[in-house]
Design a protein around this ligand. Structure first.
Ligand code: PLP
Length: 371
């Protein structure tokens, strides 16, 4: 029997519920989304308050945002432990990476894969030669410093694009190991672009603060995942001051609305939300990990807010992904679109306990009735 998935369009991003609802002819409001890695219980209350204030103040909507967003950068600086002059804000990680590649005139980049699909699109758009470097599932997608540097040298890459925690694997390097890579890269005149979009779940592993001493490092962070603000579009980069100045010349003016800036400021000032979210995510992730292991999934040791697993051997050619949608209205991330993976790999967001139980029940029934 042919693999049904092969005949379907598999989304290239998580959270594409409208397309999935149309494709499988199911009501969109019935779908429970585990495919986008967004913390389910945000945004923080202060974000909703800021939005409320904004709609009652015509001036906020009428006037242009401040060109430099000093208040937001001050709040982000407090949150990430760096001075505001080292911060640049925009409407997503992709535009920030795009502006950085142009600013540093990158010509050739080593890209460990599997990785966030947008990287390829941005690198291609910026005419940067891409050298994919395959990370292996049998080694838990771990990255070795000397191998990465050796590959950069072999291909004469001037840029190394890393993600910590990795997406989709969730594998997270210690800050020290990451720092070693950045330092070895500096010795070889290689710039490191480090995407920390999920680092807020494991903040002790961030290199944000190290940007002050590591001149070849630019860190990218986002409010999308941890603060559940995907719809507002706020991200920022942290880089040495002179690099921030050059990159900002490659960004359009006013990339973030006043409303989004107000909401983002409140979010990063909410220390209660921050502490509770780290703890809650860790507890739920560990519960989900144990349940997935009970179902004999080949699980990778992720430490962000999602888990990557591979279906048991006898089910690898089956369309479990489709069954979950059609029979259970549950959408998980089919990993066929990730370089180096296929549809036997699935990534699931860590949601709250009630939702996670539904996922486990659905998976368990799909496994016992795979056809
Ligand atoms: C590794 C990684 N970086 C960045 C992003 C996007 O962040 P933003 O919403 O701030 O553009 C994603 C979204 O899935 C991601 O997986």
């Amino acid at each position: 029997m042919p693999d049904i998935i092969a005949m379907r369009t598999v989304p290239t991003h998580g959270g594409q519920l409208r397309q999935i609802a149309e494709q499988f002819v199911v009501p969109i409001h019935e779908l429970l989304d585990f495919s986008a890695s967004i913390y389910p219980d945000g945004p923080p209350a202060g974000v909703m308050e800021a939005l409320n204030e904004a709609i009652h103040s015509p001036a906020i909507l009428r006037d242009y945002p401040d060109l430099d967003l000093p208040e937001l950068r001050m709040a982000l600086g407090g949150y990430a432990a760096v001075p505001p002059v080292n911060i640049l804000v925009a409407n997503g990680v992709a535009p920030l990476i795009d502006a950085t590649l142009s600013a540093i005139r990158s010509r050739s980049c080593l890209l460990p894969v599997p990785a966030f699909g947008e990287y390829r699109r941005i690198l291609t758009k910026c005419a940067v030669e891409i050298h994919p470097y395959r990370l292996l599932p049998e080694l838990d997608f771990r990255q070795d410093c000397e191998q990465l540097i050796g590959e950069c040298q072999r291909h004469q890459c001037d840029t190394l694009l890393l993600t910590n925690p990795q997406n989709p694997s969730g594998i997270t390097m210690s800050a020290q190991n990451m720092k070693d890579i950045v330092q070895r890269a500096a010795e070889n005149k290689i710039r490191v672009l480090l995407d920390e979009a999920f680092i807020d779940f494991v903040p002790e592993r961030s290199l944000s603060h190290d940007v002050l001493t590591l001149q070849n490092l630019t860190v990218f962070r986002s409010l999308t995942k941890f603060f559940s603000m995907a719809g507002l579009r706020v991200a920022y980069l942290i880089a040495p001051e002179h690099v921030v100045r050059v990159i900002s010349c490659n960004l359009a003016h006013w990339p973030v609305s006043s409303v989004a800036a107000m909401a983002a400021k409140r979010a990063t000032e909410d220390s209660k939300y921050i502490t509770a979210t780290i703890l809650r995510n860790r507890q739920e992730r560990e519960w989900l990990r144990a349940e997935l292991l009970n179902l004999e999934m080949a699980l990778f040791p992720g430490s962000a807010n999602y888990l990557l697993f591979r279906l048991p051997e006898h089910l690898r050619s089956k369309s479990v992904w489709e069954h979950l949608i059609v029979d259970h209205r549950i959408v998980v991330r089919n990993c066929a679109s990730f370089e180096g993976l296929d549809s036997s790999y699935m990534r699931v967001n860590v949601r709250n306990r009630a939702d996670n139980e539904l996922l486990i029940q659905a998976l368990s029934s799909s496994l016992s009735h795979p056809d």
